[in-house]
Ligand binder design. Structure first.
Ligand SMILES: O=C[C@H](O)COP(=O)(O)O
Length: 249
C-alpha cells in the first residue's frame, strides 16, 4: 500500500540541554513543508518538551515524548505519564524503543499498556519493533518482528492514528543499514501483521524505518516500497542534517 503522507521524526534520546533549543529553532525556521505530503516531529528529552513548545509555536514541527508510564498518575518515582507529556505539548510518543526493551526490560505487554495510556491521553504512539543481529542471522527476523507487532498493538488502536517504526537493533547508531530489499520485505510483513491484528482500517498507519538514517541514505530508504517515513536518532540532533533527511522525504 502506498503511503501518501510521510512521517519523519527525530528522536534526541538522552541528548540535549537548554542550548539545544537553538537547533529546534533553526529547524523550525528553515522548514517549509507541504502538509499533505509530510509531517515532521521532534522528540526531545522530557525536560525540554514544554520549552520546545514555545520555540516551535506556529511552525510545522510536532512535538513528542520518548516514553511514558502506563498509569496516568501515582507513586511511580521518576516516571512521566502520557497525560503529562500531552500537558507539556506533545502530540506524539515513541513507545517500545529497543533501548527501552533491552535496557529497561520492557515486554510487548508493557508496550501495549503504554500504548493504551498514550491513546487515552490523546497522543499518537509510534510503536517500535526490530530484531537483533543474532535473530536476523538465524533467519528469524520476520517472525520476531511480526510477533512484536501482534503483541504490542492493543485493540484501542483500531480507530486511532498511530505509526509503527521498524528499527533493526543492529542498525541503530552503528552506521549499518539493511539492504533496501530487506527493508521492503520487512515493511510488507509488518503491514500484513498490522492488518491481521487490527483490520484493514489500520493498514493506513505509516511504517517508519529507523536505524542509521543519514542525509546520504535517506532518499533511497524513504523511496523504498512501504516505507512511510523515518525515525531518526543521531542525524536529528543537528538541524542541518535533519533538514537534509526531511528534504529527502
Ligand atoms: O530512534 C531512533 C533510532 O534508534 C535510530 O537511531 P540512529 O539514527 O542514531 O541510528
Amino acid at each position: 500500500m502506498k503511503q501518501s503522507v510521510k512521517l519523519v521524526v527525530g528522536n534526541w534520546k538522552m541528548h540535549g540541554l537548554s542550548g539545544a533549543l537553538d537547533q529546534a529553532s533553526s529547524l523550525s525556521r528553515a522548514l517549509v513543508i507541504d502538509a499533505g505530503a509530510i509531517r515532521v516531529g521532534l522528540c526531545p528529552p522530557a525536560t525540554l518538551i514544554d520549552r520546545m513548545r514555545g520555540v516551535l509555536k506556529g511552525g510545522p514541527v510536532e512535538l513528542g515524548g520518548q516514553d511514558c508510564h502506563a498509569q496516568p498518575q501515582g507513586a511511580f518515582t521518576g516516571s512521566v505519564s502520557a497525560e503529562m507529556l500531552a500537558d507539556a505539548g506533545a502530540r506524539l510518543v515513541i513507545l517500545g524503543h529497543s533501548e527501552r526493551r533491552t535496557a529497561f526490560g520492557e515486554t510487548d505487554r508493557d508496550v501495549a499498556e503504554k500504548v493504551e495510556a498514550a491513546v487515552a491521553a490523546g497522543l499518537e504512539p509510534i510503536v517500535c519493533v526490530g530484531e537483533s543481529l543474532a535473530q536476523r542471522e538465524r533467519g528469524d527476523a520476520v517472525a520476531i518482528v511480526t510477533a512484536q507487532v501482534a503483541a504490542s498493538l492493543p485493540d484501542s488502536l483500531t480507530e486511532r492514528p498511530f505509526a509503527v517504526a521498524y528499527e533493526p537493533i543492529w542498525a541503530i547508531g552503528t552506521g549499518l543499514t539493511p539492504t533496501l530489499e530487506q527493508i521492503a520485505e520487512m515493511h510488507a510483513a509488518i503491514r500484513s501483521a498490522v492488518v491481521e491484528r487490527l483490520g484493514q482500517g489500520a493498514g493506513r498507519a505509516p511504517i517508519l524505518y529507523g536505524g542509521s538514517v543519514k542525509p546520504d541514505n535517506a532518499r533511497a530508504i524513504l523511496s523504498t516500497p512501504e516505507v512511510g517515513g523515518a525515525l531518526v536518532g543521531g542525524a536529528s540532533l543537528q538541524a542541518e542534517d535533519f533538514l537534509a533527511v526531511i528534504r529527502a522525504a
